[in-house]
Ligand binder design. Sequence first.
Ligand SMILES: Nc1nc2c(ncn2[C@@H]2O[C@H](COP(=O)(O)OP(=O)(O)OP(=O)(O)O)[C@@H](O)[C@H]2O)c(=O)[nH]1
Ligand SMILES: [Mg+2]
Length: 291
Amino acid sequence: MNNHSGRQLGRPVESQIHAGSLFFGRPKIEVSRSKTSIMTDASYTFDDLTVVMGTYNESDAITSVLTDIDRVTDGRADIICVDSSTDSTPEIAREHGATVIEQPPRGYGYAVETALSAAETPVVVTTDCDDTYPMDSLPRFLELINDGYDIVSGDRLYHGATAMPVLNRIGNAVFAVVASVLVGERVHDTTTGMRAYRRHVIEDIDWTENTGLSAELLLRPICRGYRTREEPILYTERLGETTLDPIDGGFAIAKSILTIGIEERFGITLTWEYQQRDEAHHQVLDPAQLF
Ligand SMILES: Nc1nc2c(ncn2[C@@H]2O[C@H](COP(=O)(O)OP(=O)(O)OP(=O)(O)O)[C@@H](O)[C@H]2O)c(=O)[nH]1
Ligand SMILES: [Mg+2]
């Protein structure tokens, strides 16, 4: 361990993700280790935090999600929703005081990247707007950012994620193993929607993925030496219908993980693939809404 506090080349020496073991089970989370090894002068509060999300017909869930954020942060965190809905989601978001940016429904990654770019605070947290992620974990995520981490990634699988469909659970476990081999660090949940980032990480990297953006937002920073850790979170059943097709979406994420791994490991850009991003992989696509 060392006391580097800036961006490092090579492997993230403070990363709690690998914790010395690539294949021998889940690493023990050692918070005290990070507290003694990482030097930072910033101490952020909820006034320095924006929670961002894509929203696509989430009227069943959005009230609960936004109310939880306000309750946990005492109304101090900014909220940005990038919305592509045809239901009342954007009106509900505005009523709750969220900033709403409207965008055609082009997929998860387009929405989340727009939302991340719109945030102005030094700390940004992503979530899905489906009530699956625990906003009660926001204080812990902020604490870990203040401990010096650039990224804190919610690990849904640590507690079993029994609310997750079995197919998704198996897929996520496989993604994690493949990604771990590719990036050379043990990761456990590459597609989680809940993470905290220091905003400079978002600004430093050119993002290329759509459905696979969540994996990209974790894997490229790991490969580039940002201080990253996974934090166990509880995952609950979704309110409202899923927007993403698990099969098509799963293949898109697998392709993203392979591409990111190859690009980062070998320092190449697979331009043949990224002249344009993958499509939305929504469950029900309404062609009239696409442009
Ligand atoms: N603005 C916008 N948001 C989107 C789009 N596609 C998905 N989202 C949002 O992105 C988040 C993730 O989508 P989910 O449907 O939860 O996908 P998932 O988490 O893979 O699937 P579940 O396990 O069912 O939650 C949700 O908050 C969606 O509303 C889109 O095209 N535009
Ligand atoms: Mg979701």
